[in-house]
Design a protein around this ligand. Structure first.
Ligand code: ADP
Length: 245
């Protein structure tokens, strides 16, 4: 089990509105294009992800899942509405402020792993901390690497690792900075069933063992089964939302 030496909650004490909510959206819309060609990818989404929850966003292709994740993570601006991460309204931030906020509060795991090919596993894992100018807590790094099962692979480059191992490096990279919220975008989309299972177990363990808030976009019903909450989106609207654990 993962045991963190510091908790994200302690870091957030004193930030208004952040005590119980990691990320929230209030009446968010996102329109692409204009006029007759306009596409309303989100049509008024209100959602609140409490701290420590592992939520899955599901829905058919084109329903708005990626748009919602990008808006919640501060990678895309909504057309209207408000998004808060750790209590801070990110919709009014400029690019520099957003970058700073993402470095402090957000972790990502992508379908395509997105590791830097010239860096070793260890260098990839530590890169976000270095970019943020943060100290590496070596005990925590070791615990994360051990938990993801990569202790004997830290000097390997991505091309020397299997897809499942690469995704575990990506998960370690996201977890090592203890983000307020980890966004996982189809994290099992490129993996065989055994590797998928390992990555899902990891995400589940991170939520259960140290309360890692996680928002995962997925098509995969097995992946969704690992989550605490299933949010279904269709045609830019939330059509079902149930807490399952
Ligand atoms: P999902 O992730 O559920 O497949 P998306 O969020 O990618 O859905 O897309 C929602 C809708 O918005 C779709 O109709 C898609 O075609 C449209 N869309 C997404 N990105 C863009 C874009 N950059 N420009 C125009 N339309 C887009």
């Amino acid at each position: 089990m993962l045991q963190s030496t510091t908790t994200g909650a302690a870091l957030l004490d004193g930030v208004a509105g952040s005590v119980s909510t990691a990320v929230s959206a209030a009446d968010v819309t996102r329109r692409y294009g204009s006029g007759e060609a306009a596409v309303d990818a989100l049509r008024g989404v209100t959602i609140d992800i409490p701290r420590g929850q592992f939520a899955a966003i599901m829905g058919p292709s084109g329903s708005g899942k990626s748009t919602l994740m990008h808006v919640l993570a501060g990678l895309d601006q909504p057309t209207s509405g408000t998004v808060r991460i750790a209590g801070e309204d990110i919709t009014t931030m400029n690019d520099a402020q957003l970058t700073k906020l993402r470095r402090a509060h957000v972790g990502f795991v992508f379908q395509a792993f997105n590791l830097l090919p010239t860096l070793t596993a260890e260098e990839n894992i530590l890169l976000p901390l270095q970019l943020a100018g943060r100290q590496v807590d070596r005990a925590w790094y070791d615990a994360v690497v051990e938990r993801v099962g990569l202790a004997d692979r830290t000097t390997h480059r991505p091309s020397q690792l299997s897809g499942g191992q690469q995704q575990r490096v990506a998960a370690a990279r996201a977890l090592v900075s203890e983000p307020t919220v980890l966004f996982a975008d189809e994290p099992t989309g490129n993996l065989d069933s055994k590797s998928s299972h390992e990555v899902l177990e990891l995400l589940r363990d991170a939520a259960v063992s140290f309360g890692q808030t996680t928002v995962m976009v997925t098509h995969d019903t097995d992946a969704a089964a690992a989550a605490d909450r299933l949010i279904h989106i269709e045609d830019g609207l939330i059509v079902a939302d149930e807490v399952t654990k």
